[in-house]
Design a protein around this ligand. Structure first.
Ligand code: NAD
Ligand code: ZN
Length: 360
């Protein structure tokens, strides 16, 4: 059998630099279809009452929609946004601009896809189910770590599953990396979302799917994470570096896969609504058997920044609850295969997985 390789889409245009958000206007101008085709800005509602709002370059009937990131994005939320935009405007938008963390970046990608594809968001959860290109979409991260700004997926909680819309049309057309936008991120959240990146690196670099492409990005991201979380560098430099670590970490997993922490974190999130960053940390701290070096580094980073994780998260769960989490988690087959190899089912039994959850 001839081996085939993935033909992987990348973000075709990116700006990097402190204050580069100010260039958004000139970037959008040539993409404006006409005065009736608005740009829709989906913005994390943290910014709602901040001066930042006045820097959003609005023209004609452009619209800003503030969205809370308290809960991770849902398929029904995407459908509601798409209906709202279609009802309000006669013309299809000139573009969708997502401004925020992984939550807003994923929502904006999904809305851009669903504006140009019929049906509901849940119909596209899976791999390569999107047939028509998305509306032009721009991603502007305001917190670093998820890699959602580079990835070809948008992770959504649907009625039946938490699963990405993985497609060549998901990837952003333009990204603006302005590290200054992350100045206001609270310390704990900085750590949790930053650790998402660190864990992407560990899972990619130790996985059986590793290849030179992924390794080259993963090693760079890991080096940057060490500087950011264990080094002593000025804060502005640290924000620059974490933004690039997120980018490289995302590139690394795109051509390989994540592993156990992500598989387990999906289970937690599905049952308890635990958010991705903190969920990964809660799980990862107990994975020293599988990622000894990674977990040792994680503990050093946690110590240095005095981050205390909640305890007893799974202590009041019923056997039914554990069964649900274990099933969701073990359903992420490629992640387990990447982490433990082809015989992963013999290594990670439901009992063993439940015992890991019980430590959290
Ligand atoms: P988030 O977007 O949920 O934001 C976390 C918190 O930080 C929120 O309260 C938000 O309001 C706040 N925040 C963001 N920017 C801020 C700023 N500049 N100042 C102050 N507060 C700010 O967090 P996240 O960790 O970036 O994203 C998690 C989401 O990303 C999950 O839904 C997860 O599924 C998704 N994700 C997607 C991918 C992908 O490839 N598509 C990869 C990993 C994770
Ligand atoms: Zn992640």
């Amino acid at each position: 059998r001839i081996k085939t390789y993935r033909n992987f889409p990348m973000v075709p245009r990116v700006v990097f630099g402190r204050g580069s958000f100010s260039q958004l206007n000139e970037i959008l101008l040539p993409k404006r279809k006409n005065a009736d085709a608005p740009f829709i800005f989906l913005v994390d509602d943290f910014f709602e009452d901040k001066d930042f709002v006045s820097r959003i370059p609005l023209m004609f009937n452009d619209q800003v929609i503030f969205i809370s990131a308290d809960e991770e994005p849902k398929t029904a939320q995407v459908d509601a946004l798409v209906s709202r935009i279609k009802e309000q405007f006669d013309e299809s938008p000139s573009g969708i601009i997502g401004i925020g963390g992984g939550t807003l970046l994923d929502l904006a990608k999904a809305v851009a896809i669903l504006l140009n594809n019929t049906g509901l968001a849940k119909d596209y959860q899976g791999w390569d189910l999107v047939s028509r290109p998305a509306v032009y979409h721009v991603g502007i991260p305001t917190i670093s770590g998820t890699g959602a700004e580079v990835s070809r997926t948008t992770v959504l909680l649907g009625p039946e599953k938490k699963l990405g819309i993985n497609s060549d049309h998901t990837t952003y057309d333009q990204v603006i990396l302005d590290p200054d936008l992350a100045v206001t991120v609270p310390k704990e959240q900085w750590f949790y979302t930053g650790m998402d990146c660190f864990i992407h690196c560990v899972e990619s670099l130790t996985g059986s799917y590793l290849n030179a492409f992924s390794q080259s990005y993963g090693e760079k991201a890991m080096e940057l994470c060490k500087e950011v979380f264990l080094g002593d560098i000025p804060e502005d430099e640290s924000r620059d570096k974490l933004m690039m670590a997120s980018w490289h970490g995302g590139m690394s997993i795109a051509y390989s896969q994540v592993g156990i922490a992500h598989a387990m974190s999906y289970g937690l999130s599905y049952l308890l609504g635990t958010k991705h960053g903190i969920g990964n940390c809660l799980v990862f701290q107990h994975l020293e058997e599988y990622y000894p070096e990674g977990v040792a580094l994680f503990r050093q980073m946690q110590e240095k920044h005095q981050i205390k994780l909640p305890k007893g998260v799974c202590s009041n769960l019923t056997q039914d609850d554990f069964d649900i989490m274990v099933n969701v988690s073990l359903g992420m087959e490629p992640l387990w295969e990447n982490a433990l190899g082809e015989d992963w089912k013999k290594i990670m039994t439901p009992e063993r997985l439940q015992a890991l959850y019980q430590k959290i």
